[in-house]
Design a protein around this ligand. Structure first.
Ligand code: ADP
Length: 659
């Protein structure tokens, strides 16, 4: 039993090739985690770092709260099962199972008990006296699993364990491994390139691409709410089809015009998680449709739930239980080149096959190549992506709101609410280059809405609990003066559907582009180094003291931070150019005085930003600006104390987070 924590984990080969970048994850005890992604995306490397078979270039790996970066593989209490079984050919199955325990000098009777128990669970008792060569692939894989089981590890790591088996056996072994996980109640981490394996086995899935985590979520959430085009195309068979499109809001409906010529109309309610800025009829988006959500049109289907689209059939695949119809949207076959399955399934190059779509029809459905049928697309299940960033614009948890607004010298109005402007934002003029008739809009992060306080009034339309990085949070859909606004906060719901509640907005975090209003930086950055000095201690003994040198000003480093820096980089830390990063509220500012002169970072207040709820100071630190909560006067000499627990240290040369 074990929990794992990976923080800013990197793997760099030869000082330059980043195989894994900034991997962050909290794995709970007993979870079944699957790493999935195309070949070369860094799955195995991550698994091997957890196993200790590969050094961690930067970052922190904890098992049950203990940092294990430098712990030998044999001492991590982890067992790994490989694709090629790695059995000893000259030993019997029994000896293979017993080997690790014998080497660990476990008493014979205990070994016997563990081996027979593992063999019984895995159904290989009758093969215990055989050599591996006299076993089938599936049986060998069971022995490999058994070898891991007898050691009663805290964590099971499995690297593509089923890829050498044929399809039928793979299916059976998948179910067996899932049962084994339930029975053992141990944390499993499983690597595969096969998304079906990932979807059927994982309690949570990590989708990777090019060394970067794309999304971490449950199979259901990944399928229903892919975070970007890559995840959308990678998960699900047959794959989602993608259609370049634009959207236009017309009253309570939204017209979706596909570049291939098709058109559908959805109610605004079904798309209320999509920001209205995508609905101006111009912004290029990509519409994604899963074959599961397209069926042949039937008379009587509700037009607010289903969109009717003409589809010219290219290929029909009768699969017995159902029929897959490959075609393209539109009535004129000569407009679009004919498609044929499976080479022309939309996944190979999402946007090249204009209008290609797959329909899931009942087994007895009659369709013929070249024929025209009417398809029904489930409007509630549409996926939408920004065409440039490829990020989902209909996320499960919206992170921001963009709402038309108006600004006077001392107040901000949006969605029928009038918020007085704090001194920091008063008297703003329209930024240069903003057209006079353009409607300004305010961008409010969902977690910058402060509920239960303030002069705004909102009605709760929906409250939903979700988990992010192991923390319970609540998403509210609010109605505010006819606009939909999303708000998120930590914890269980405090308000119920129908509640009318006051709200405020943290105006230090909003953007109003038209008036040059930008959020305060979420992070301060100072460059520097990590240094040591030989000094005399109280008893006159020579000792080393360590310093964080920021913009050439040294401040004493906390022992815990020193330890982390050394454990990641050894003495090379003294040579690395560093970037120190910290949020404004990790800084305590005090007027400068003699007592603290040598332990604080000296600065001078340049300006005061009064946001009403909190006042921040812009502080000059050797030519760099640091933002921190402080209510003082311009020109004042101050000292900055950093909460070193909240400091991020980046190796500036290779742009890798060290701690
Ligand atoms: P996956 O398991 O997802 O197929 P890997 O974790 O094996 O991918 O590899 C990730 C990347 O790291 C690949 O680009 C691979 O070429 C590279 N890589 C793996 N091992 C080494 C190595 N020993 N030296 C240099 N590059 C490596």
């Amino acid at each position: 039993m074990a929990s794992l924590s990976l923080k800013h984990v990197y793997k760099v080969y030869d000082g330059t090739t980043k195989a894994v970048s900034d991997f962050n994850m909290e794995i709970r005890d007993k979870e079944f985690i699957v790493f999935v992604g195309p070949s070369g995306c860094g799955k195995s490397t991550t698994l091997r770092m957890i196993a200790g078979l590969e050094d961690i270039s930067a970052g922190e790996l904890r098992i049950d709260g203990v940092i294990v970066n430098d712990v030998e593989p044999g001492d991590r209490n982890i067992a790994m099962v490989f694709q090629n079984y790695a059995l000893y050919p000259h030993m019997t199955v029994y000896e293979n199972l017993a080997f690790a325990l014998r080497t660990a000098k476990v008493p014979k009777d205990v070994i016997h008990e563990k081996v027979t128990e593992a063999a019984r669970i895995l159904g290989i008792t009758e093969y215990l006296e055989r050599k591996p060569r006299a076993l089938s692939g599936g049986q060998r894989q069971r022995v490999a699993l058994g070898r891991a089981m007898v050691r009663s590890p805290k964590v099971f790591l499995l690297d593509e364990p089923l890829s050498n088996l044929d399809a039928k056996l793979r299916g059976a072994m998948r179910a067996e491994i899932t049962r084994l996980h339930e029975r053992l109640g141990t944390t499993f981490i499983y690597v595969t390139h096969d998304q079906v394996e990932a979807m059927t086995m994982g309690s949570r899935i990590v989708v990777m691409k090019g060394g970067f985590v794309q999304q971490i979520d449950t199979p259901k959430n990944l399928y229903n709410h892919p975070a970007n085009l890559f995840v959308a195309g990678f998960m699900g068979t047959p794959p989602m089809s993608f259609h370049p499109a634009t959207m236009k809001k017309e009253g309570e409906t939204v017209r979706i015009s596909l570049d291939c010529g098709g058109e559908m109309t959805a109610s605004y309610t079904t798309l209320n998680r999509v920001q209205t800025r995508y609905m101006n009829g111009i912004h290029p988006v990509i519409l994604g449709v899963r074959p599961d959500d397209v069926v042949p049109w039937r008379e009587g289907m509700a037009p607010d739930l289903w969109a009717k689209l003409p589809v010219t059939v290219s290929t029909v695949e009768a699969l017995g239980g159902e029929t897959l119809i490959y075609g393209h949207i539109g009535t004129a076959p000569h407009d679009n080149p004919p498609l044929s399955a499976p080479e022309d399934t939309p996944d190979s190059s999402p946007l090249s096959k204009r209008g290609a779509i797959i329909i899931k029809a009942p087994a007895d459905y009659e369709a013929h190549s070249g024929g025209l049928i009417q398809a029904a697309v489930n409007l509630g299940k549409l996926h939408l992506f920004d065409r440039e960033t490829e990020v989902s614009i209909k996320p499960r948890i919206p992170t921001e709101n963009l709402i038309p607004c108006a600004l006077t010298a001392d107040a901000l109005t949006f969605a029928g609410q009038r918020l007085p402007l704090p001194p920091a934002l008063r008297g703003r003029k329209a930024a240069e280059g903003v057209a006079e008739n353009a409607v300004p809009a305010i961008l409010i992060p969902a977690d910058a809405l402060l509920l239960g306080t303030g002069s705004g009034r909102a009605t709760v339309a929906e409250a939903e609990t979700y988990t992010a990085q192991g923390v319970t949070r609540t998403l509210y859909r609010l109605t505010v003066g006819g606009e939909v606004i999303f708000a998120t906060e930590a914890g269980e719901p405090r308000f119920s559907v129908g509640d009318v509640l006051p709200f405020d907005v943290d105006l230090s975090r909003v953007t109003v582009e038209a008036y040059g209003i930008h959020p305060l930086p979420a992070e301060n950055r100072l460059s520097g180094r990590f240094t040591k000095e030989k000094e005399l201690d109280d008893k006159g003994k020579r000792v080393y003291r360590f310093y964080l040198e920021m913009e050439d000003m040294p401040i004493p480093a906390d022992p815990e931070l020193c330890e982390k820096l050394f454990s990641c980089k050894g003495t090379a830390i003294f040579r690395a150019p560093l970037s120190y990063r910290f949020p404004p509220d990790a800084v305590t500012v005090t007027p400068r005085d003699k007592d603290t002169e040598n332990t604080v970072l000296p600065g001078r207040v340049k300006g005061i930003l009064d946001y009403g709820r909190v006042t921040y100071a812009e502080i000059d630190v050797c030519g760099k600006t640091v933002i921190a909560p402080y209510n003082g006067k311009a020109g004042e000499a101050v000292g900055l104390t950093l909460d070193q627990d909240r400091l991020t240290v980046v190796d500036a040369e290779v742009d890798i987070i060290i701690v």
